[in-house]
Design a binder for this molecule. Structure first.
Ligand code: UDP
Length: 235
């Protein structure tokens, strides 16, 4: 399958049309951004690692009955996917307080939540991805109640599956972001799942193995991503 026209260029990926109107190619870049694009950098080989990590995680989720847009990984940096109409609600699953939640509820980073939660945010760079409640989502016509229900329940399932999968490989899933889109009326899990979009901590040392190394200038970013790839793709 060959790339045709560029449809969209985001911070970490480029989307291209293909000969098949129902399929697109996601091209994974090495660029990294944080703090609403205010911080920019390159993480060498990040695109290659995120493509492989996302493939492994999508395959695992599909093996457990989750509907996703993944079709196949084409090469180092390209993934063939079903073409979705993206729903502009980012779903965040959380198990441990970190990042914006730690600030919002005044709990130290690392505090285990009394139960896993799922939050909803507006996918809008212009507004800085604000948190939305259900009423906002319906008022803005971003999703129907049925679609939101599906996204929330799927995100809870995905959290359980990812948590167990990572734990078997010595990694704690602290939190993660997923996106969904419509494909011929069906809600499918889309985008990517990788250390750019998850907080992953080594269970033995609590070392961060994700994009917080870039956000917080901790160094060893490539090595951390490579270690996640090694643990999940080779086992
Ligand atoms: N996240 C993401 N994209 C976003 C916002 C958050 O992938 O636009 C991920 C982030 O990497 C983390 C989780 O979602 O794994 C929760 O992020 P949080 O709300 O704490 O935001 P942060 O404070 O990291 O910006």
């Amino acid at each position: 399958m060959e790339k045709r026209d560029k449809i969209y260029e985001g911070k970490a990926k480029i989307l291209y049309t293909t000969d098949n109107p129902d399929q697109v190619i996601q091209y994974f870049k090495d660029e990294a951004t944080a703090f609403d694009g205010k911080k920019k950098g390159i993480i060498p080989s990040k695109g290659i690692m995120n493509n492989r990590i996302s493939e492994r995680l999508f395959r695992m989720l599909m093996d457990h009955g989750i509907d996703t847009h993944f079709v196949e990984r084409l090469n180092d940096r390209e993934m063939l996917c079903k073409r979705l109409n993206i729903i502009k609600v980012e779903m965040i699953g959380r198990n441990v307080a970190a990042g914006s939640l730690a600030k919002r509820i005044g709990q130290d980073e690392g505090t285990v939540l009394s139960r896993p939660i799922v939050e909803t945010y507006y996918k809008s760079d212009a507004l800085g991805d604000p948190m939305l409640c259900d009423e906002h989502i319906f008022m803005l016509n971003l999703a129907t109640p049925e679609q939101l229900h599906t996204m929330r329940e799927t995100t809870r399932k995905v959290n359980g599956l990812l948590t167990a999968f990572f734990a078997e490989r010595g990694i704690r899933l602290v939190d993660f972001k997923v996106e969904y889109g419509l494909y011929h009326g069906r809600v499918l899990l889309g985008d990517e799942i990788c250390p750019d979009t998850c907080r992953l901590w080594d269970m033995a040392t609590n070392e961060k193995m994700d994009k917080d190394r870039f956000r917080r200038d901790l160094g060893g970013i490539e090595e951390a991503y490579a270690e996640v790839a090694r643990r999940i793709c080779e086992a």
